[in-house]
Ligand binder design. Structure first.
Ligand SMILES: [Zn+2]
Length: 449
């Protein structure tokens, strides 16, 4: 437990490293007070563009029309989710932040999903906390065990669906495992208050899902019949709905009841469905059209419809004074050659599969198009918006062109040499009772062998 003592140590370190910069100073008045970052894994304009044009994604259409956007957002050298999303959270390249894969070997434990202890540098939530800003982090990759922050962390192990809904194993754990469960959230006692949000797969909220996803009747029948946690588009559609929907709901509720200065929410839906259904998006790119093309065309679009609704709920809950940043880590494209053969899935993403970026809120240049930006630019931009210093260690830049020039000019850019090393990692054990199921799920996704 390094609660207050740990935060104090980080604050002290910050003051030392940042020199004259007063880390506890309130943000300048011109600064937007609330910043909401929503990560949407795999979101691509290839799917969104036609849907926005057809009026099918009202939230994203509004974010684009009223804000600044980029429809060919850059990707990174690695496109493994924990790697890229840790870069989004730290502003650092993978070799610098230390999260370089889905799993790591822990002596005496074996291979486990990557954890927050793997991160070698401070994340935005650490630095914001140390500077007295409040934070809420929901389902970010490699956020378990939850670190002590000035606010809330709902780690990526918290939602029981994250472990393939193995409720019995998850809760009927031994003492050590129960202790581990207390690391799912910060503060630990938050955990039980979240239970009402989680969705029992046996009671899949089909009506709410269908109101958003708008499947055909035939597709809905397939969805009903599909099991959870299987490598098929229908399974992923429902599996990731019960992951993403609760995270969006609890984030929206917290934004209404006790908004943090910085909220970070990660939604995962588009990426896994695209991996297994991209041949329905670009059937002409494959040697053979999928035999179920007529029936299954539109499954990927269904994820975007429900994701648009989830993002819309969070944006509305954040209110008009919040700055909203929506970002994806990459897009999708047909797998080629060996990439497809190994995992038997039609959808892939390489450097050419671009993501998207939307910035929306007070002072944002209406209708602006951002050019030459990538995931490494997110942390500097958010630090700037929060009145935190941007570290020279970050290869990215502040995307100030997203804001009206006179607004940007009133927002001073503070720079420091370094954000320093990460404060002592939690002494928590690295293995969680959910690890086995998480590894299974990653294997199912084709992420690991
Ligand atoms: Zn992927």
């Amino acid at each position: 437990m390094w609660g207050l003592a740990g935060a104090g140590a980080l604050l002290g370190l910050g003051a030392l490293v940042w020199g004259a910069a007063r880390v506890d100073s309130p943000p300048p008045e011109a600064m937007p007070r609330k910043v909401v970052l929503i990560g949407v894994d795999g979101a691509t304009w290839k799917v969104m563009g036609p849907m926005v044009a057809a009026g099918e994604l009202p939230t994203f259409a509004r974010l684009q029309a009223e804000g600044a956007s980029m429809t060919s957002f850059g990707t990174m050298e690695s496109q493994d989710s924990p790697v890229v999303w840790t870069s989004v959270a730290t502003g650092r390249r993978p070799l610098d932040h230390g999260v370089t894969a889905y799993t790591e070997a822990v002596p005496g434990v074996g291979k486990v999903p990557i954890t927050s202890n793997s991160r070698k540098v401070p994340a935005l939530w650490n630095v914001a906390s140390a500077a007295g800003r409040s934070v809420e982090v929901v389902n970010w990759w490699a956020s378990w065990p939850a670190e002590s922050v000035n606010g809330v962390i709902v780690s990526d192990h918290t939602n029981p669906a994250a472990a393939g809904w193995m409720a019995g194993k998850y809760f009927a754990a031994d003492a050590a495992a129960l202790k581990a469960r207390l690391q799912d959230t910060f503060p630990p006692e938050l955990g039980s208050s979240l239970d009402p949000y989680w969705v029992d797969p046996a009671a899949f909220p089909e009506a709410a899902f269908q109101a958003r996803a708008k499947l055909s009747d035939e597709q809905l029948q397939q969805l009903r019949a599909a099991p959870f946690n299987e490598r098929t588009p229908y399974s992923w559609l429902k599996t990731f709905y019960i992951l993403d929907d609760p995270h969006a709901r609890l984030t929206a509720d917290h934004l209404r009841s006790a908004p943090a200065d910085l909220t970070m929410l990660y939604l995962r839906g588009p990426d896994p469905v695209q991996h297994y259904a991209w041949n329905f998006v670009e059937p002409e790119a494959y040697a053979e059209a999928p035999p179920t093309l007529a029936r299954d065309r539109g499954l990927v679009e269904a994820v975007y419809r429900y994701t648009d609704a989830l993002v819309g709920d969070v944006v509305n809950a954040a209110g008009p004074d919040a700055t909203i940043v929506v970002v994806s880590d990459h897009g999708a494209e047909p797998c080629r050659g060996a990439a497809r053969g190994g995992k038997g899935r039609p959808g892939c993403h390489g450097a050419a599969a671009k993501g998207v970026l939307f910035i929306h809120g007070p002072g944002v240049e209406r209708g602006a198009r951002i050019e030459h930006a990538n995931p490494l630019d997110v942390t500097p931009t958010l630090a700037w918006l929060l009145g935190l210093p941007v570290s020279e260690e970050m290869p990215g830049r502040v995307l100030s062109e997203a804001f009206e020039p006179e607004v940007a000019a009133r927002m001073p850019l503070k720079r420091v040499a370094t954000w320093g090393p990460r404060a002592a990692a939690s002494e928590a054990s690295t293995a969680s009772p959910a690890d086995g199921q998480m590894l299974e799920q990653l294997r199912g996704l084709g992420y690991i062998e």
